[in-house]
Design a protein around this ligand. Sequence first.
Ligand SMILES: NC(=O)c1ccc[n+]([C@@H]2O[C@H](COP(=O)([O-])OP(=O)(O)OC[C@H]3O[C@@H](n4cnc5c(N)ncnc54)[C@H](O)[C@@H]3O)[C@@H](O)[C@H]2O)c1
Length: 244
Amino acid sequence: MGKLDNKVAIITGGASGIGEGMVDLFAKEGAIVIAADINEEALEKAGQKANVHGMKLNVSSDEDWQALAKAVNDRFGKIDILVNNAGISSEKPFEEIDAQDWQKMLSINGFGPFAGMKHVAPYMAAQKKGSIVNISSYTALIGQGFNHYSASKGAVRALSKAAATTFGRQGVRVNALFPGIIETPMTQSLNTSKELLDRLIQATPLQRLGQAIDIANAALFLASDDSSYITGSELVIDGGYSAQ
Ligand SMILES: NC(=O)c1ccc[n+]([C@@H]2O[C@H](COP(=O)([O-])OP(=O)(O)OC[C@H]3O[C@@H](n4cnc5c(N)ncnc54)[C@H](O)[C@@H]3O)[C@@H](O)[C@H]2O)c1
């Protein structure tokens, strides 16, 4: 028996990296998984896996979210799990960030999870049960110089707490994950410098970088009924990096 048997799960950014790891694990654990992503080419590949359906979504579009939530509920009869994982990053220095950079970052990383919860939570509330997992970042917890990115992830942190209190009485749980540096296409630039990579590993108490499965395992726990009394919680998955 799988931990997510008979559950319907939407995972945004499900075509790459951490999202792809969660799509694979959730499907293995028995869920019907909707991998929602803006990258149609990658989605086509994701949609070929057993129990996985690829659906196009731009998380910064309110209309896209409304249409996706309705389409999933119409087709599968319910929505049990939402993982707001899609995101973009940037290492642009403070002085070079302009209004357009700021708005793009906040519209994908901040408005995306907000709109996802706004449109999906009512379907969960209708069955008085649901689990939402929002992917923030260790950069929301400590100063790392990823300026507008950190701000967007701080928004996810605060939004998750507020949403947990908003939706709790309707049976909908909301929790947040805080990954450290995880090896995915988002962080592949690290591979160009062995020196930087070694430095990061040395600076991590558990002496390695994270993998998508490290985040997927935590998301599985929060998505499943194993965590049925947990809402508004924050779980840091960074090998101890931010504990120092
Ligand atoms: N990799 C890390 O070190 C790390 C650390 C902390 C937090 N995170 C967060 O984890 C999440 C996943 O990151 P990842 O490393 O797997 O990145 P990734 O680049 O491998 O995957 C991100 C996915 O999001 C999708 N996406 C981007 N913009 C979108 C949009 N507007 N609408 C829908 N989909 C969109 C991309 O197409 C891609 O499939 C992100 O929110 C990221 O900020 C990553």
